[in-house]
Design a binder for this molecule. Structure first.
Ligand code: PNS
Length: 175
């Protein structure tokens, strides 16, 4: 492999996650990642065991809608090992967001395990803006179900999809 080809591949990063649903914290990391890497592959975990609220197709299409005008981003669902997915997609970097110390232990374990599985893949940690450091998809779903305000927490399109999803799942809820 030539030096140039090698460098080109190093500039593509995978940003994996459950994205159930994507939050403004994820959007912040994606925007920051786009400044650092030439191209970003957003990888949506397909894991029926996790019983996501949104199917992987729905999660992919929500993210596609948000980044439709960004030529250097691609969104795909994946299953199996992340390092295999990254390798099969010519990416050598995995981006993960670190919100708080509480994220660290799990992220440290995953990064080291991924390094063991494939030492060629580097994990790149990015911190979201402080205003998103408390934000998670889990809390977003809980707040929405309990009638709280999602302003500044998720993009408008995501709030709309949440409304449709919960109306279909719980028709008696006044959302
Ligand atoms: O948004 P999440 O739920 O924190 O994302 C977790 C994710 C998708 C990054 C993680 O579960 C993952 O990489 N799954 C793929 C399976 C895998 O490769 N496991 C071994 C790595 S430790």
């Amino acid at each position: 492999m030539s030096e140039t080809t090698h460098q080109q591949k190093a500039r593509k990063a995978v940003y994996p996650g459950s994205f159930d649903p994507i939050t403004n914290g994820h959007v912040d990391i994606i925007k920051r990642g786009m400044k650092v890497f030439d191209s970003l592959l957003i990888a949506v975990l397909e894991n029926p065991k996790k019983k996501p609220l949104f199917s992987s197709e729905e999660r992919v299409s929500m993210i596609q809608e948000l980044f439709a005008d960004q030529k250097n981003t691609e969104i795909k669902a994946f299953h199996g090992l992340l390092v295999e997915f990254a390798k099969n997609n010519d990416a050598k970097v995995v981006i993960r967001g670190l919100r708080a110390i509480s994220d660290f232990e799990n992220e440290f374990q995953m990064a080291l395990m991924n390094m063991k599985l494939d030492p060629e893949i580097e994990t790149f940690f990015m911190m979201p803006n402080l205003s998103y450091s408390f934000l998670s998809s889990k809390l977003v779903k809980e707040i929405f179900m309990l009638g709280g305000c999602l302003k500044d927490l998720v993009p408008k399109q995501v709030e709309h999809r949440l409304r449709i999803k919960f109306k279909n799942k719980h028709p008696s809820l006044n959302l």
